[in-house]
Write a protein that binds this ligand. Structure first.
Ligand code: SAM
Length: 226
């Protein structure tokens, strides 16, 4: 898609218009530079993941409700996380919090295998239908408590938390391959910092704080109880 052409596009009822505008004004303008990540955004129609929501809302610069008290994250937040994970085409990636399936669909464009876990069956079933309709066969979904990771499928080259965690337990860190990157919003219930944790040797992890963010809470064994 020609993402610069949207400025001349008069048809504001077209999803292509809103998608191109989102990529230019929310992602490129805020310094998302990884062309593979930007290309993935142009390939995945976000409106298929937000049924019943207008195009301007779906492609707006904010999270959107997807039912069951959950949200699909703001486009920039998703892009920031994907770029910061330094994904490579051959990677196996775990996503904790499938939600609508949007970020899993983006990941499916960027890496070899995606494993995504969601605790709410209704959301998982809807996500499964969308991913199947899009023909994305490299995504494996599971319903369950992702706060413990997915030990049976470890190790992963990247692990992405899409819900805010009070901490990242050893049990999940150990599911990273050596050289693997884990991105997680960690901190308080209503405000977190996006952490990048890299496993640089068997028992050595490097941790970086990439900046402030706000996510819905992670539940489950290593999540929030309230
Ligand atoms: N990545 C999603 C998308 O693209 O639509 C957005 C995810 S939403 C911000 C966070 C999701 O994490 C919610 O769907 C929520 O139900 C899920 N979640 C929270 N705690 C979880 C847990 N322990 N295991 C699995 N999923 C969890």
């Amino acid at each position: 898609m020609d993402t610069d052409g949207y400025r001349h596009e008069q048809r504001r009822d077209s999803a292509d218009y809103w998608l191109a505008k989102m990529v230019v004004e929310q992602l490129r303008a805020r310094n998302i530079r990884d062309e593979r990540v930007l290309a993935a955004f142009t390939k995945v129609p976000r409106h298929l993941f937000c049924p019943g929501v207008s195009l301007s809302e779906t492609y707006g610069d904010h999270p959107v409700e997807i039912g069951c008290d959950q949200t699909i994250s703001q486009p920039y937040m998703v892009a920031w996380m994907l770029e910061s994970a330094r994904l490579r085409a051959g990677d196996r990636v775990l996503e904790i919090g499938t939600g609508s399936g949007y970020q899993a669909a983006l990941l499916a464009q960027l890496v070899a295998r995606v494993f995504s876990v969601e605790r709410i069956p209704e959301l998982l079933n809807a996500a499964r239908e969308r991913l199947t309709r899009l023909g994305l066969e490299n995504v494996t979904l599971r319903c369950g408590d992702g706060s413990v990771g997915w030990p049976d499928q470890a190790p992963f080259d990247a692990i992405l938390y899409t819900a805010a965690a009070p901490e990242v337990p050893q049990e999940v860190r150990r599911q990273l391959a050596i050289g693997g990157r884990l991105l997680a919003p960690v901190g308080q219930r209503h405000h977190q910092n996006l952490l990048r944790i890299e496993r640089i040797a068997e028992e050595t992890y490097r941790e970086e704080d990439l900046g402030g963010c706000v996510f819905v809470p992670l539940r489950g064994a290593f999540g929030w109880r309230d």
